[in-house]
Design a protein around this ligand. Structure first.
Ligand SMILES: CC(C)(COP(=O)(O)OP(=O)(O)OC[C@H]1O[C@@H](n2cnc3c(N)ncnc32)[C@H](O)[C@@H]1OP(=O)(O)O)[C@@H](O)C(=O)NCCC(=O)NCCS
Length: 112
């Protein structure tokens, strides 16, 4: 089945497998030099098949074509699975933040 993407004005980006939505994220400041993504999720039964990685690659392509040079995100310190996923996709931990209830890592990646 074909994978497609849809970018919405309300900042959402959705990933489709055929006609079915299998993942989504919020893409914030997409016209700025550095974009920020949050709430990335691949729906449970579609995980560990490479979908998250190609979703990130698609969004990086989109951002690069729109003049964006970097991408950042926050990842909960206890979400080791997501940290491994982001590191495998070229993100680095930049800082630890204790804002709010839970500690978060700021992670970032240069797009090129
Ligand atoms: C984090 C998340 C987005 C990753 O999405 P995903 O589609 O599972 O990611 P991928 O499939 O690209 O990579 C995950 C793993 O699958 C492996 N993988 C990739 N392609 C594969 C394939 N074809 N077959 C088997 N495994 C594969 C990767 O090597 C990776 O392995 P790892 O666990 O050693 O890192 C997903 O787990 C998720 O939605 N989690 C819940 C929400 C969340 O925590 N979001 C992050 C908030 S900061």
């Amino acid at each position: 089945m074909i994978i497609t993407y849809k970018y919405y004005k309300n900042l959402k980006v959705k990933m489709f497998l055929g006609r079915r939505v299998i993942g989504e994220m919020l893409l914030i400041d997409r016209e700025q030099p550095g974009a920020y993504i949050s709430f990335l999720e691949i729906y449970p039964k579609h995980r560990n098949k490479g979908h998250g990685s190609i979703f990130l690659q698609e969004v990086e392509r989109y951002l690069w074509e729109n003049g964006c040079e970097g991408i950042s995100l926050k990842c909960a310190v206890d979400n080791k699975n997501a940290q491994r996923f982001y590191k495998a996709n070229g993100f680095f931990i930049c800082a630890l933040s204790h804002l709010g209830e839970k500690p978060y890592y700021w992670m970032a990646k240069q797009i090129n």
